[in-house]
Write a protein that binds this ligand. Structure first.
Ligand code: SF4
Length: 332
């Protein structure tokens, strides 16, 4: 049965929801290897180049209240996160951007908390575009106004990210009681309507079902400029309401990467190194991912605490892994 489904996938035929579910239900290691192999073949037929994305965290001050239950990024949420409030100055953003360019990492993600209507993202985009030739993704959640989307477009932003995390409304509002799914969907629509590349990801393991995950993946096809899907797995941050909730199993996260690759052969599939664990980067590439995020070089001037866990991927180690797998790291 699994062989038949994978043959269909290899031939580029559309799979049904039930067939995707069968793939997510694989438990046998041999069958799992077959799934990953097909996903990698599909990726490699498109390109063997692996994108690398570094990061600048603009601010951890976030106006979402109550906090998302899993959040260890915003001020005073977790003793292992940033904890103390910060708002990076233009000078600090610039030194980080320059260090990323110097390390030959081609792309930067500028992210921050809610409450600025996108002004912090516009400011960061201006600094990046005026001082480097880095690709830029901005991610400030659902806080972008139509004007800030337009300003970002005028500045030449490459990608705007707004993660829906889960489209199961009960789960969304249980875990994110201060956030709005409608607002996030509206932001994705604004980005798409402005003709800007959209990144929109899933945070797995918040309580959603496998069917929800498949429905969510399909839902993303509504956005015509969708170009990137981050596949994130929940990790408990100490001191948060979800600190005792189980981490999302790596194997399940990898299966989602593989079925996303089958559903969207050409899409950028992002594994943020903090949520997969830097030591597991190899497995994510073997499952069909083609972008590694929160990659930090040794020359990076600021402290970094990953979103999703305090870890991040070291640039040299990540490049070694990519080359070991006979893939090509994208550098500038
Ligand atoms: S997860 Fe994001 S939106 Fe939610 S409280 Fe933390 S920083 Fe704010």
């Amino acid at each position: 049965m699994i062989d038949e489904i994978l043959n269909k996938a290899k031939q580029g035929k559309e799979l049904t929801d039930n067939e995707y579910l069968e793939l997510l239900n694989i438990n046998d290691d041999e069958e799992l290897e077959k799934l990953f192999k097909v996903a990698c073949e599909i990726r490699d037929n498109q390109s063997k180049v692996i994108k690398l994305t570094s990061t600048v965290h603009l601010t951890n001050k976030c106006q979402i209240q109550p906090r998302c239950e899993y959040c260890g990024f915003a001020e005073e949420t977790s003793s292992t996160g940033y904890y103390n409030a910060f708002y990076k100055s233009n000078e600090e953003i610039l030194t980080a951007v320059k260090s990323i360019q110097k390390a030959h990492i081609p792309r930067v993600s500028c992210s921050g908390g809610y409450g600025y209507k996108g002004k912090q993202a516009v400011n960061a985009c201006k600094i990046v575009k005026e001082n480097s030739n880095l690709e830029i993704l901005v991610n400030v959640g659902g806080d972008l106004t139509e004007k800030s989307v337009q300003d970002l477009s005028n500045l030449g932003v490459d990608t705007i990210c707004c993660n829906l995390e889960t489209i199961n409304e009960d789960v969304f509002y249980q875990r994110k009681p201060g956030d709005s799914l409608d607002q996030r969907i509206l932001t994705c629509k604004r980005v798409s309507d402005a003709g800007i590349g959209l990144s929109s990801g899933l945070l797995l393991g918040l309580g959603e079902s496998k069917k929800d995950r498949i429905k969510h993946l399909r839902y993303l096809s509504n956005f015509k400029t969708l170009e990137e899907i981050p596949i994130m797995g929940f990790n408990p941050y100490p001191d948060t309401p979800m600190e005792d909730y189980p981490a999302f199993p790596l194997k399940e996260q990898l299966k989602m990467v593989a079925i996303t690759r089958i559903m969207y052969p050409e899409i950028t599939i992002t594994m943020p190194t903090p949520t997969v664990g830097p030591e597991n980067v190899e497995f994510s590439l073997k499952a069909g991912a083609n972008n590694l995020a929160t990659v930090i070089a040794d020359n990076y001037p600021h402290e970094v605490k990953g979103v999703g866990s305090p870890n991040y991927g070291n640039y040299n180690k990540v490049v070694d892994v990519i080359e070991k797998l006979d893939l090509i790291p994208q550098t500038i």
